[in-house]
Design a protein around this ligand. Structure first.
Ligand SMILES: CC(C)(COP(=O)(O)OP(=O)(O)OC[C@H]1O[C@@H](n2cnc3c(N)ncnc32)[C@H](O)[C@@H]1OP(=O)(O)O)[C@@H](O)C(=O)NCCC(=O)NCCS
Length: 177
């Protein structure tokens, strides 16, 4: 039986993925309060205030690290630039999700973070399969997932979007270790 590392840190050339802390709340709220970030995620409401960030960070305390792994993405110069997590889906499978603040888009950071997180998930977290989905109107996220090694399953699901207030078609993908 392998012990689960409670505070894993994942390092890449430019980034460090680490456990979220309550003092991250203000920075998370500042970057997440952007409709073009929130509308591409299932859970993030808009507007997104400090209270949302604090409630979310407080809610992480009771989560089971064998089922769920949440990271903030720190940039070597900029500090926190976004978040990435593996959440259990309705079948208990790890589902990858992520977002970056708008100033940090288009520089390869999401691909760098997701690729390293998948290596960690297979080698340290012992997952053989990770699933993900991106809204059909979010081709940039599809590119990130393809570059990280995900394949399209062909399934399109209507998933909720808290920020849009309605279900949105999502293209489902899978990654195998
Ligand atoms: C999606 C998101 C994470 C991408 O982050 P990023 O750091 O810009 O991603 P990367 O730079 O690693 O890669 C993006 C790729 O998408 C491509 N891309 C960007 N816009 C695109 C578009 N409209 N159509 C097709 N490809 C596009 C880029 O060219 C890049 O590919 P390349 O490196 O081969 O040129 C970021 O935009 C974000 O946080 N968006 C809001 C939240 C979100 O969408 N989360 C994902 C939910 S599934």
């Amino acid at each position: 039986m392998c012990a689960i590392e409670l505070e894993p840190v994942i390092r890449t050339a430019r980034l460090r993925l680490r456990k979220p802390r309550r003092k991250d709340a203000a920075r998370i709220a500042a970057l997440a309060n952007d409709i073009d970030v929130a509308r591409m995620t299932t859970r993030m409401p808009h507007p997104y205030g400090l209270d949302h960030a604090e409630t979310y960070l407080d809610s992480l305390a009771g989560r089971d690290p064998s089922r769920e792994a949440l990271f903030v993405v720190d940039h070597e110069d900029e500090g926190l630039i976004g978040m990435l997590g593996f959440h259990p889906n309705e079948l208990g499978r790890a589902e990858l999700g992520y977002w970056l603040g708008r100033p940090y888009w288009g520089q390869g950071y999401a691909t760098e973070a997701a690729s390293a997180a998948l290596v960690w998930a297979s080698k340290d977290w012992r997952r053989r399969m990770v699933v993900a989905g991106h809204f059909a109107d979010n081709p940039a996220s599809g590119e990130v997932l393809c570059k990280a090694g995900f394949l399209y399953t062909g399934e399109v699901r209507r998933l909720p979007s808290a920020a849009r207030g309605e279900p949105v078609p999502a293209r489902m993908m899978v990654w195998l270790a």
